[in-house]
Write a protein that binds this ligand. Structure first.
Ligand SMILES: N[C@@H](CCC[C@H](N)C(=O)O)C(=O)O
Length: 283
C-alpha cells in the first residue's frame, strides 16, 4: 500500500490515495499503521477517495480503528494532498465527509501550499444531537461528575462530539488519567473528544486535547473550533474577531461568524514523507 505521512500542527495521519489504491479492512490497517513502534506511527488513517458530490472524499479512522465523522487537521492535509498530487488543479476545493461537504481555500506561495482555510460548517449545540445526556437542551457550563470530581462542561459538535472544560493550569494536568474518564463517561453515548482549556486573553486560548479513539494528540482541528465556539458562548473571548487557539503542536485561527453561523478554521498542512507498506496479511 502506497501512503503519504502528513500532519496538521503535529496531528499526524497516514494518507492513502484511493483513486489508485484499494484498502480492505481500513480499521485493522488504521490500528497497524498508527502503531509508533511496530507500524508507521500516526494518530490514525485517512483515505482520500473519489466522490460523486465533491472533488474527493475524506474517510478517517482513529488510532483504535474507530471511524471518525470529521477531522479538522486531516481535511486541511487532504486539500493539500489533492492539490500537490494532481487530484485537483485549483485552489478552491470541496471535500465530502461523513458530516457533510466542506469547502476549503488554499493559499499557494511559489507553488507551495502554505495555509488552508476551511469552512467547517455550523456548530451543533443541541444536547441530543451531539450526543450528550442532559436534562438541558444545550449544555453550556453545566456540572458533570467525573471520577468523583465536579467539572463544568460545554458540549459542542463540529460533526463529532466535544466536551470543553476550562481550568487554570493545563500544563500539569494528568490527562492520561482524566482523558479516558471523560471519553467513556455515561453522559456521552458515542464517547467524546475532550478539550482542557486555559484562557489567556480575550483573543487567545490554550488547549490540550484527549481525542476519542486516539488519546492525547498534539492538536485537534474540530476541537479547536468547538473551543472557539464554547469560549464565545461562555464570554471568555471577544466573539467579533478570530480566536487564536494554541495547541501543543502549534496555533490555529478560528472565527465563528455569528451572522452566517459558520465556523472558519485557518492553519497549515505539511507532508512528511511518502512510503510503501505491506498490509496484505491484515486481510
Ligand atoms: N484530530 C481530529 C479529530 C479526529 C476524530 C476524533 N478523534 C473523533 O473520533 O471524533 C481533528 O483534527 O479534528
Amino acid at each position: 500500500m502506497k501512503f503519504t505521512k502528513m500532519h496538521g500542527i503535529g496531528n499526524d495521519y497516514v494518507y492513502v490515495n484511493c483513486f489508485e489504491e484499494t484498502v480492505e479492512n481500513p480499521s485493522a490497517v488504521a490500528r497497524y499503521v498508527s502503531d509508533r513502534h511496530f507500524g508507521i506511527g500516526s494518530d490514525g488513517l485517512i483515505l482520500i477517495k473519489p466522490s460523486k458530490i465533491a472533488d474527493c472524499e475524506m474517510d478517517m479512522y482513529n488510532l483504535d480503528g474507530s471511524q471518525g465523522a470529521m477531522c479538522g487537521n486531516g481535511i486541511r492535509c487532504v486539500a493539500k494532498y489533492a492539490y500537490d498530487y494532481g487530484i485537483v488543479n485549483k485552489e478552491h476545493i470541496s471535500v465530502a465527509t461523513k458530516s457533510g461537504i466542506k469547502y476549503l481555500d488554499l493559499t499557494v506561495e511559489n507553488g507551495k501550499v502554505s495555509q488552508v482555510k476551511v469552512n467547517m460548517g455550523s456548530p451543533i449545540l443541541t444536547a441530543r444531537q451531539i450526543p450528550v445526556v442532559s436534562e438541558k437542551e444545550e449544555v453550556i457550563n453545566e456540572p458533570l461528575d467525573v471520577n468523583g470530581k465536579i467539572y463544568y462542561i460545554t458540549a459542542v459538535s463540529m460533526g463529532n462530539p466535544h466536551a470543553i472544560v476550562y481550568m487554570d493550569d493545563i500544563d500539569h494536568l494528568d490527562i492520561e488519567k482524566i482523558g479516558p474518564a471523560f471519553e467513556n463517561h455515561v453522559a456521552f453515548p458515542d464517547r467524546v473528544n475532550t478539550e482542557f482549556v486555559e484562557v489567556i486573553d480575550e483573543h487567545t486560548v490554550k488547549m490540550r486535547v484527549w481525542e476519542r479513539g486516539s488519546g492525547e494528540t498534539l492538536a485537534c482541528g474540530t476541537g479547536a473550533c468547538a473551543v472557539a465556539v464554547a469560549s464565545v458562548l461562555n464570554g471568555h473571548v471577544d466573539g467579533d474577531s478570530p480566536v487564536t487557539v494554541k495547541l501543543l503542536g502549534g496555533d490555529l485561527q478560528i472565527f465563528w461568524n455569528r451572522q452566517e453561523n459558520l465556523v472558519y478554521m485557518t492553519g497549515p498542512a505539511a507532508t512528511v514523507f511518502d512510503g510503501e507498506i505491506d498490509v496484505s496479511f491484515l486481510k
